[in-house]
Design a protein around this ligand. Structure first.
Ligand code: SAM
Length: 319
């Protein structure tokens, strides 16, 4: 018998989604939250990015997980409910099933269709593990519904997705995570500050897969807002901004144009940009401090030999 349940709390046809997009486009400079990068095609394009030689985060995090799997498993504990935040295809979490022996796997993602497919395939391969899919947008706050059930939880947030948040937002998110762990813990992957050339190449690859991922947002925008944005009118711009320690990703207008949608419009000059993503980089000390400020204890970390990426474990209960 299948023990897979799915709960969809996020709907893209929601009035609130249109209002959020219109409000972001009205700002100076205009912006669209990176969460809108992930429709079904965006999720697949992200998976392609993780296979690019320039995109070091995924393979570096995997190396850390593989090298230190037993030590990390001992630090975070076995038998908990494993809550995968921004699960994508769930494969990173699945690589932990044996070592962590979770009593339940909860996969949370805004990319609802992609998550449904991923979970159906994971359930076939792990029929004995109860699974719950949650189609949820946790950008503003993380609240897990009662369907997750009681008991301590291990919150898993790999891939340096925390980098999409400003440091203030990251602290708020980590406080939510601390509460939602219910006395369990957190296992999180964090990209570290490093050489600008390496970072620039990772977010602007010569094959232009990252460009496709970014420009796919224009199709999403057209679908959600009804604004008929032309992909050909925009180019992908991505660079490391060392003062703020963040990658910035933008869509830059190739010509003067106007985006029109029912109830609104936005004029863009040639060269004007829509800001679509930040990816903040951290230092080990700085991120450990954020975890402590959020209420976590027993903070530990593992890194790769080049110190490009770090994995942190932290306990939600006092050590
Ligand atoms: C950078 S990808 C990481 C995917 C996978 N966990 C990994 O490490 O390779 C970010 C994931 O978070 C999801 N996501 C982004 N914003 C979200 C939000 N506001 N609420 C829920 N999921 C979100 C995306 O759909 C995507 O699957």
């Amino acid at each position: 018998m299948s023990s897979l349940r799915f709960l969809q709390l996020h709907r893209e046809d929601d009035h609130a989604v249109r209002a959020e997009l219109a409000a972001g486009l009205a700002e100076t400079p205009p912006r669209v939250s990176p969460k809108f990068l992930y429709d079904a095609l965006g999720s697949r394009l992200f998976e392609a990015i993780t296979e690019l030689p320039e995109y070091y985060p995924t393979r570096t995090e995997r190396l850390i997980f593989e090298t230190h799997r037993q030590a990390i498993a001992e630090a975070v504990g076995r038998g908990r409910t494993l809550v995968d935040l921004g699960a994508g295809n769930g494969e990173k979490a699945a690589a932990w099933f044996e070592a962590l022996a979770p009593r339940q796997y909860v996969a949370v993602d805004i990319s609802v269709d992609h998550l449904r497919h991923a979970l159906a395939s994971l359930q076939q391969r792990h029929p004995g593990l109860p699974m719950l899919g949650l189609g949820v947008d946790f950008a503003d706050s993380l609240h897990l519904p009662p369907e997750v059930g009681p008991g301590d939880r291990l919150l898993f947030y790999p891939g340096s997705s925390i980098g999409n948040f400003t440091p203030d937002q990251a602290l708020r998110f980590l406080r939510d995570a601390h509460r939602e762990a219910q006395g369990g813990g957190l296992l999180i992957g964090v990209d570290l500050v490093k050489d600008k050339a390496l970072l620039d190449a990772a977010y602007d690859d010569p094959l232009q897969v990252t460009a496709a991922f970014n420009r796919n947002l224009l199709r999403r925008l057209s679908r959600l807002l009804g604004c008929d944005a032309d992909v050909a009118d925009f180019e992908h711009v991505a660079f490391y901004e060392p003062r703020q320690q963040r990658i910035e990703m933008h869509l830059q207008a190739r010509r003067a144009l106007e985006l029109r949608w029912p109830g609104g419009h936005r004029v863009l000059a040639a060269g004007e940009r829509i800001h679509t993503e930040n990816s903040y980089k951290h230092t080990v000390e700085g991120f450990a401090g954020l975890l402590r400020d959020a209420g976590f204890g027993a903070v530990r970390h593992w890194t790769d030999p080049q110190h490009w990426f770090a994995v942190f474990s932290a306990a939600a209960a006092p050590a």
